[in-house]
Design a protein around this ligand. Structure first.
Ligand SMILES: [Fe+2]
Ligand SMILES: [Fe+2]
Length: 379
């Protein structure tokens, strides 16, 4: 009796003595059964399709996995390695395309200067970390922007926190990537943009922002949550670029293979303002460009006195953050909260820095602000 006859009997639902099946019959039947399935052949689907009991398989092969292996239904280690590599390269291509696209988000919302004169004012802040933003610092910042009406509003990176995409474990039941995006739009970007419609508004990409973009391309469960909840959004909408007229500044490439390569690329994300100073997320530029500037990322305020032949003596500042200092997962006590007002003389290319340190009170241009009781995280 040919092997095909057994398969024909199975197809017709005819009963036969399964004890008569040989090892090679079972291999043929397994190949046939697998070819008719859209998913992988499992013990359950095998019994459902063939009606051949497990005991017959075990008699010849010991385990069901061994039958699958003999029928070449399990990819070998080298086959698996190749398909993983193909998948990785495919993802790499997709990230490369997004990397190119995001570079076009840099100059979409150039604003005609409200103040056309010699002096320009820029309000610079960094490390907002979405829901972890300190309510009091944000209140002082928004009110300052309203009063100062700066020419430029600049975020020095890490607008988002998005721990769902990080390397540390987050309980999936607590994932709320789409909630964080909505929060950032409604509670942070909206009041800032409403406080000054005329300012040119830039977001320099930080490592947390870069991480979101990368994961949007990868097929992660956190991504599925984002895409399900904000269906119809373009990737740039996640950062509110069109809604709040924001330029996204990212010069580094997204398509990197290792964490250290990623870090090098994020370090390229910076912008020079009025040929006078540079804003960067990471601090490395301080010793490279010979320009005054500010950086974020470390959540701690530091000032450096620098000198070179072009500028003479100048200052570099590492900004405090907007991230609340009392965070259960981070030792935030040594951090500082605050932001910078930079006054630029565009003729002499010199900048006067006015760092606003925010604790339980703050003072900006003679105006005092007091932290209300319990004014930490935003409701
Ligand atoms: Fe940060
Ligand atoms: Fe950072």
């Amino acid at each position: 009796m040919s092997k095909n006859r057994w398969i024909k009997k199975i197809e017709k639902g005819q009963s036969f003595d399964k004890e008569r099946l040989s090892k090679s019959d079972l291999i043929e039947i397994a190949k046939w059964a697998a070819s008719g399935l859209e998913t992988e052949l499992t013990r359950i689907s095998w019994e459902k399709v063939t009606n051949i009991p497990r005991s017959i398989v075990e008699k010849h092969f010991g385990t069901f996995t061994q039958l699958k292996s003999s029928a070449n239904l399990i990819p070998s280690r080298s086959q698996r390695k190749i398909s993983n590599l193909i998948a990785r390269h495919e993802e790499y291509e997709a990230i490369k395309n997004l990397s190119k696209e995001r570079k076009s988000w840099a100059g979409k919302y150039k604003k005609p200067r409200a103040n056309k004169g010699r002096f320009k004012t820029c309000v610079i802040f960094s490390d907002v970390h979405d829901k972890m933003c300190d309510a009091f610092v944000l209140r002082v910042l928004v009110d300052t922007i309203k009063r100062v009406q700066p020419d430029n509003i600049i975020i020095g990176g890490d607008l988002f926190d998005a721990p769902e995409f990080g390397k540390y474990f987050v309980d999936p039941r607590e994932w709320d990537a789409s909630g964080r995006i909505k929060f950032t739009h409604d509670k942070i970007l909206k009041p800032i943009r409403e406080a000054c419609q005329t300012a040119e508004f830039d977001l320099i990409e930080g490592n947390h922002d870069e991480r979101i973009l990368k994961h949007l391309i990868s097929n992660s469960p956190a991504l599925m949550d984002v895409l399900n909840s904000i269906h119809g959004m373009k990737i740039s909408d996640i950062f509110g670029l069109d809604k709040f007229k924001i330029n996204y500044i990212a010069k580094g490439d997204l398509h990197t293979w290792t964490a250290s390569e990623s870090k090098k690329e994020v370090a390229k994300n910076n912008k020079v303002y009025y040929d006078s100073f540079i804003v960067d997320h990471y601090p490395q530029t301080r010793n490279k460009v010979g320009l005054p500037g500010v950086n974020g990322h470390h959540h701690k305020y530091l000032a450096y006195s620098m000198h070179n032949h072009t500028y003479g003596s100048y200052l570099w500042h590492q900004l405090g953050c907007l991230h609340v200092r009392d965070a259960s997962y981070a030792n935030g006590q040594p951090w500082n909260n605050g932001f910078m007002i930079a006054h630029v003389d565009t003729e002499n290319k010199s900048t006067i820095w006015e760092y606003i340190n925010v604790g339980d009170f703050a003072i900006v241009g003679g105006q005092y602000y007091l932290r209300k009781e319990g004014e930490f995280l935003i409701d």
